[in-house]
Design a protein around this ligand. Structure first.
Ligand code: FES
Ligand code: MG
Length: 584
């Protein structure tokens, strides 16, 4: 008589591998399963609970991550959904990364989280995985990891925080954080008011309430087909959010049964839809870097020039801060992503498959008609006529740079000025507020050494503050240039992601005080008005030494991190073969 642990007894698994997945460790599969079941029974499971599709739930709750402060509630709801659909939910931890609590910068840890996610999804027996993320770097990290692991996967975001109220004015993180701090720097509000408003900016758990990177990645995840329909917008503390969690769990079981692996969802069509949405929501510039990294995991290169062309024919439809005026909870009340996708329909690839097993087009049919609201505009009446993000080139950025034109001052988008140069963040901190700083509103502020290797980790220091003496004189915006990133919640005429970065000897490294710089968004140009000969002379006079480290993660990071145009992923994590370009 056979033991039920013998490998040939594969009955009862409804076409999935369940707890049997990955049983190789002792060369005796029967014994491996015997051990595995013995251990899991130590947690009180019966055989009836174990012989069914296993759904992993990547939990990222952490006291250091208030953006995931509803994680326990979400996990409970996902588990309920999994069990209602006949699966076995298995929650497991991965690292969690929060924007304000990760040093030197959250971006430094994104790839580590992606590796953690990929390897734990690979290592542990599961037939599908629900990824619970929310704060800026977590959703891209999870999508990158899951893309490489290759299982059926579904993204569940934690949802946005509520808005607060300060002296009668509605406020939310973190566009208003920046606005209030700028007011304080300009001497417009007293120190005691900073204490009051500080209590109101983050009014609940959940992710930032404007179209920052977290909201952008939530919308992108839905546009990629990686969430259940309507999964992007419900705020963290709503019943809708919990229902989305339950649905995600149930859907994961169906995906396991159908073998709906992630490569069937993350297709070139899906990435085109995600790019279209990124442009149409006035999304965070970080979205480009993250999408590039996720696409790279599938062997797809992002073509920045084609993305820029796509931007010229994609209006910004979503009226959310920082490009517009509303917050995520308003977007949810206005119908969320289905409302936006319905409006964008003529520009979308409707055949792209989603985690529901239906195409985006089919999902939009099911979503039904819209209703009158003022958050999602029509194509005929956009809040900005072109896509939010423009791609710039020129001798200052041969590998490209970007600007969020929808959040920039129109008066500065065609501008030539004198460079005022800061060598690194420390230099900036020391001198930006000095009365002795030689700077006028027409100058161009340049910050070096905040690229992928420079800082390291490409921090969001690209939002250079207006020098205090100019801020006090009422200056609100200036042209600013760096090889870093900026928060999706920030605004201004800010050129970012200059590639190659200065720490690798890009021409940004050789900009000097007083050089002339020309920005022309209409011509998509960022030019350093210094001759090639002079730049070559400067390069030989002060050669750049790329940063290095002696050990540990920092060494791995500095040796393998790629530039912004490759998504700042580690080179060895990209798919081994390139299969095409997006947008096509
Ligand atoms: Fe977590 Fe903004 S800090 S989403
Ligand atoms: Mg952010």
């Amino acid at each position: 008589q056979k033991s039920p642990f013998d490998p040939e007894d594969a009955a009862g698994n409804a076409g999935t591998a369940g707890l049997r997945k990955g049983l190789t460790s002792y060369g005796d599969q029967g014994f491996s399963l015997f051990l595995r079941k013995a251990f899991i029974k130590g947690a009180g499971y019966t055989d009836a609970a174990l012989d069914r599709p296993v759904i992993g739930i990547a939990g990222t709750g952490s006291a250091y991550n208030p953006c995931h402060g509803n994680a326990l509630q979400l996990i409970e709801a996902v588990k309920r959904g999994v069990m209602l659909a006949g699966g076995l939910p298995m929650e497991f931890p991965t690292i969690s990364v929060h924007e304000s609590f990760a040093s030197p910068t959250s971006m430094y840890l994104r790839n580590l989280m992606a590796m953690d996610t990929e390897e734990m999804v690979r290592a542990q027996p599961m037939d599908a995985v629900v990824l619970i993320g929310g704060c800026d770097k977590t959703v891209p990290a999870q999508l990158m990891g899951a893309a490489s692991a290759g299982l059926p996967a579904i993204q569940l975001v934690t949802g946005s925080m509520l808005t607060g109220s300060h002296r009668g004015e509605r406020v939310g993180a973190c566009t208003d954080c920046r606005r209030y701090w700028a007011k304080y720097r300009a001497g417009e509000i007293e120190a005691e008011e900073t204490v009051d408003v500080n209590n109101q900016l983050v009014a609940s758990v959940g992710t930032c309430s404007v179209m920052g990177t977290a909201s952008t990645m939530a919308c992108i995840a839905e546009a990629l087909g990686m969430t259940v329909p309507g999964g992007a917008s419900p705020p963290a503390v709503t019943a809708d959010r919990i229902r989305i969690a339950e649905q995600s769990g149930a859907q994961a079981v169906q995906m396991a049964r159908d073998g709906l692996t992630i490569d069937k969802v993350l297709t070139p069509e899906a990435f085109e839809n995600a790019m279209r949405v990124l442009l149409a929501i006035g999304g965070s510039t970080n979205g480009i870097v993250h999408l590039t990294a996720i696409a790279g995991r599938m062997g797809l290169d992002v073509d920045l020039a084609a993305l820029d062309r796509m931007g010229r024919e994609t209006p910004v439809l979503l009226d959310l801060k920082p490009s517009g005026q509303h917050y995520m909870e308003d977007f949810h009340r206005a119908g969320g992503m289905p409302a936006l996708l319905r409006e964008l329909k003529p520009l979308l690839q409707l055949n792209a498959l989603t985690v529901t097993g239906r195409t985006l087009g089919e999902e939009l049919e099911r979503a039904g008609a819209g209703f009158a609201q003022d958050v999602v505009r029509t194509i005929a009446d956009p809040i900005y006529p072109q896509g939010g993000i423009a791609v710039l080139r020129g001798n200052l950025a041969p590998g490209g740079a970007i600007i969020k034109q929808s959040a920039a001052d129109p008066a500065l988008m065609e501008h030539e000025g004198r460079a005022v140069v800061f060598e690194n963040v420390g230099d900036l901190a020391r001198r930006i507020d000095s009365d002795a700083l030689d700077v006028t509103p027409q100058d161009v502020l340049v910050l070096k050494n905040i690229g992928p290797k420079g800082a390291p980790g490409m921090p969001e220091a690209g939002y250079l503050p207006i020098p205090r003496k100019l801020a006090r004189a009422g200056v609100k915006d200036m042209v600013r240039i760096s090889d870093g990133r900026m928060s999706g919640t920030a605004f201004g005429t800010i050129v970012l992601h200059v590639t190659p970065e200065s720490a690798m000897g890009g021409s940004l490294a050789h900009v000097r005080n007083g050089d002339r710089i020309r920005l022309s968004v209409s011509k998509r140009e960022i030019a350093l008005l210094v001759s090639d000969d002079e730049l070559a002379r400067r390069a030989s006079e002060s050669p750049v030494v790329a940063p290095s480290a002696e050990r540990g993660y920092r060494k791995l990071f500095l040796q393998t991190v790629t530039q912004a145009d490759r998504g700042v992923d580690f080179d060895f994590l990209r798919a081994p073969r390139t299969i095409g370009k997006v947008p096509r």
